[in-house]
Structure formats: structure tokens, C-alpha cells
Design a protein around this ligand. Structure first.
Ligand code: GLN
Length: 188
């Protein structure tokens, strides 16, 4: 099983380390050819416009979409969730559009720009949620399933082999969300 982490910008090192704790030897993905034989891909948090622009420039966007069609699972955290979304409120920035949700960037307001809070996640349990200038998932369509919510807004969602969170499990010591994704990859 091969899992890659998109390493254009953002918290990719932390994801690679976390996958290591799950006994997965993760590979950094920088060019389309790095996706060869990949069974899973993590798109990290960071700055979604930067990641999206670099993804387009390197033609990784088309390759990721193609590989997903052939069964490659994808997990996007924060900026990664924005990149996966079909619709980004008031933005035309580059995205993959693979997950039918509408997402609004930086929507927790200035005072709560970044915060930590205890979450309750279906199939996982209590989990430390780290939110950094996080987006809010406003709408979900076509069978997207909610695995956790905060203030009545989804913060971890899944459709088939695509998982997206608006928080950063890679910045905790807790590998359970990554293990959940590794299981999706195994079954994908
Ligand atoms: N605010 C960033 C964006 O809109 C996302 C922040 C993050 O990934 N922690 O792209």
C-alpha cells in the first residue's frame, strides 16, 4: 500500500510523520509522476490559494482527479478540504471539485481565528480539535456523510473514499484520524 502527501505547501511534514506512526511509509508528492501506483493521498493544511495554484501549474490537479477515478483515496485537512470542495463561497480559486460540499474560507471570525476544542467523532470518540483560520462547511450534497460536527456545522465529512476535515489532526499526538484514513485506503 502506497500513501502520498501533497508536498507543495503547508503541513505536509507533519502528515508524513503521522503516517509513519501508523506504520505507513509515506511519500512526498510534488509532480504528477509521483502519483504512480498511489493508493491514497493526503492534501495538507496551509494556504489553499497557494496549494491550488501550484497544483495547477504542475498539472497535478488533472492527475489527482484521474487517480481518484481509478480508486485512489484522498484526505484533505483544512486548506486540503477547501481544495477538495466543489464550491468555495465567493471564490473562483483553483480546486479539485471532487467533494460535493460548499465551503467558506476563514469563517470563524477574527477572535476565534485559531482555537482548540474537544470534539466527538463518530467511530473514533473524543479528539482534540485544532482549528487554524479554519473554513466552515456550509452545505453538503449527494450523500456526503457527517462524522463530526461543531456548533451544528460539519467538521469531518466523508463520501466513499474521500475524507475531509476542517481541523488538523496532524498537529496532535493522536493518530486515530490518520488510522481511519489508512483503513479507507485499504478498503478502497
Ligand atoms: N485559511 C486557509 C485557507 O483559506 C486554510 C488554513 C489552514 O489550512 N489551516 O486556505
Amino acid at each position: 500500500m502506497k500513501i502520498g502527501v501533497l508536498a507543495l505547501q503547508g503541513s505536509f511534514k507533519e502528515h508524513i510523520e503521522m503516517l509513519g506512526k501508523c506504520s505507513v511509509d509515506a511519500v512526498s508528492v510534488k509532480r504528477p509522476e509521483d502519483l504512480k501506483d498511489m493508493n491514497g493521498l493526503i492534501i495538507p493544511g496551509g494556504e489553499s490559494t497557494a496549494i491550488g495554484n501550484l497544483m495547477q501549474l504542475s498539472h497535478l490537479d488533472m492527475e489527482i482527479i484521474k487517480r481518484n477515478r481509478h480508486g485512489m483515496a484522498i484526505y484533505g485537512t483544512c486548506a486540503g478540504a477547501i481544495i477538495l470542495s466543489k464550491s468555495i463561497v465567493e471564490s473562483q480559486q483553483p480546486r479539485l471539485g471532487l467533494l460535493d460540499i460548499s465551503i467558506k474560507r476563514n469563517d470563524y471570525g477574527r477572535q476565534a481565528d485559531s482555537f482548540e476544542t474537544e470534539l466527538d467523532i463518530e467511530k473514533i470518540g473524543k479528539f482534540k480539535g485544532i482549528f487554524i483560520r479554519a473554513p466552515v462547511i456550509e452545505k453538503m450534497n449527494n450523500g456526503v456523510q457527517i462524522l463530526s460536527e461543531l456548533n451544528s456545522k460539519p467538521i469531518l465529512v466523508q463520501k466513499n473514499n474521500i475524507l475531509a476535515s476542517t481541523f488538523h489532526p496532524e498537529l496532535t499526538d493522536d493518530k486515530r484520524v490518520h488510522e481511519y484514513f489508512v483503513d479507507i485506503v485499504k478498503n478502497s
